[in-house]
Design a binder for this molecule. Structure first.
Ligand code: SIN
Length: 303
């Protein structure tokens, strides 16, 4: 077996494979399929201070080699999470990371403060890249001054490992990776979805009630890979790569481009075992080519 352990901030992960927020519920939804503690980490659903209904339906649409979503951060809020979900998932022997959202800087900091008090949540993923909300989300992640302000405020409020999830809907991803590093983030994760839309030509209506949504799946992988490669060269904090990873070879592309870890997202909707298969596939691929550890190939194309 290859050594798959990686480090992000002060945290050691047993392997570099996590599940992307919004694609794996709270982990427990997959208990019937496999032992989710075999994963490096689970990024649970986007969470806000208050409960949210999300956007009107339809809010999912299939596209060639991908899917559009405009969920709008539906979730039951932090009170519900603390009382009903946290006790259920805290026993997992893997890192449970909460994806943090808000309308304002104060929302983000208050939620981060609340999560700082939960000892079984060792890290947060600060989501400044959701394209499906009218306040917060991508509005912070596409404006350098706003990104700087919210990351700095959350860094003050949150003492554990801080990952910032970046938007691809910018001209220069390296600017936002550098801002994250400069304001004290321990890692950046990228990419969130690309803004897209689709029209039902027969009905002559947009396929999503919100008209636009976030595109994910294999269609975005080459763009994601390019941005991960650029970000990894621009900063010294670890980069977590995602965007259309369907199998171990896809994951290794991101790792070879410089990602320390990866997240599997849309693939879990098609194959519940996808993330586990990626862990096993990375291990056997490294093993069969004589690499002792995943770090032997991390960023190998940049050496
Ligand atoms: C959503 O809930 O609309 C998706 C979350 C995200 O893209 O960050």
């Amino acid at each position: 077996m290859a050594d798959l352990r990686i480090k992000i901030g002060t945290l050691e992960f047993r392997n570099p494979v996590m599940t992307a927020s919004g694609t794996f519920g709270y982990g427990s939804e997959f208990d019937d399929f496999f032992d989710v503690s075999a994963l490096g980490g689970i990024i649970v659903k986007g969470t806000t201070l208050e409960s949210r209904e999300g956007n009107p339906y339809p809010r999912m649409a299939e596209t060639p080699a991908g899917m559009l979503n405009s969920v709008g951060l539906q979730n039951k809020g932090i009170d519900y999470f603390e009382k009903n979900i946290y006790p259920r998932i805290r026993q997992y022997d893997t890192h449970i990371i909460v994806n943090v959202n808000g309308n304002t800087v104060e929302d983000y900091t208050e939620l981060s403060r609340r999560l700082n008090a939960l000892d079984a949540i060792p890290a947060i993923e600060l989501n400044i890249s959701c394209p499906n909300v009218k306040k917060g989300g991508m509005i912070f992640g596409t404006n350098p001054a706003a990104a700087r302000e919210v990351i700095a405020a959350v860094r003050q409020a949150y003492s554990r490992t801080l990952i910032v999830k970046l938007s691809p809907n910018v001209t220069d991803i390296t600017e936002f990776a550098r801002i994250s590093e400069g304001e004290g983030a321990d890692s950046v994760s990228l990419i969130n979805t690309l803004v897209g839309m689709a029209i039902d030509v027969r009905a002559m209506k947009p396929r999503l009630a919100a008209i636009t949504g976030g595109l994910s799946g294999p269609a975005i992988r080459p763009v994601a890979l390019r941005m991960v490669w650029q970000a990894a060269k621009a900063v010294s904090i670890p980069v977590i790569g995602m965007g259309g990873i369907m199998n171990a070879d896809d994951a290794l592309e991101f790792i070879m481009a410089g990602a320390t870890a990866v997240q599997v997202g849309t693939a879990s909707f098609i194959e519940p075992l996808a993330a586990l298969d990626v862990v096993k596939g990375i291990d056997s691929s490294l093993d069969s080519r004589g690499f002792a550890s995943v770090s032997d190939v991390t960023g190998i194309i940049n050496r």
